[in-house]
Design a protein around this ligand. Sequence first.
Ligand SMILES: [Zn+2]
Ligand SMILES: [Zn+2]
Length: 176
Amino acid sequence: MIFDIEHIHEEGLDFDILEPKECFNVDSPDCALTDDVKVQGKLERSGQEILCKGSLETGLSVTCTRCLNDFSFVVKSQLKVHFIPRVEDNKPAHEIELTELDVEQEYYEEVQIDLSSPVRDLILLSLPQVILCRQDCAGLCPECGTNLNENKCDCKNEGSYDPRLAVLQQLKDKLK
Ligand SMILES: [Zn+2]
Ligand SMILES: [Zn+2]
C-alpha cells in the first residue's frame, strides 16, 4: 500500500486495492482477519501534503466477550488520513489546523506514503470495547460454564454473578 508522491498529480489519484490479509499481522486468537482488505479511495496532493480519503472493507473473526464464542465481524469504515512530510526538527513546517477530529495524521519519509499502518489501526479501532456476538448474548454461567445461549443449566444465579452471594452459599453448604 505504498504510493510514490510523484505519481499523485494535481487531479488526484484514484486507487482500488485488495491487500492480502497476511500483510496486516492481525492474527491473534481473539481477533484475526479472515478476508483480504479492500481499500478504495483517492489521494489528493496539496504541496507536500497528501490527503487520503476512502473506504475500507474486510472481515474479522473475533471472540465474544461474554460467551467466548468466535463469530465473524464485518468491518466497513471510512478512511481519512492526512500525510505530512517528516522534517528535520520533527515539527511540521507550519502548523496544520485539524478541524476534523476524525482525520488521522501520519508522517511520511522520503518520497513515499504508506497506507498500511493507518489501515491496520482503523481495522482494530472499528471493534467496540465490548464485543458481543449478539446484543442480548446471555454469556456463560459463572458456576458451571454452560453457554446460556445454547443451553440452560440448573445453577441458581442466572447470569449475574455476585461474589457476596457465593460466600453465603459456601457458608450454607458448610452448615448442611
Ligand atoms: Zn456471545
Ligand atoms: Zn450453571
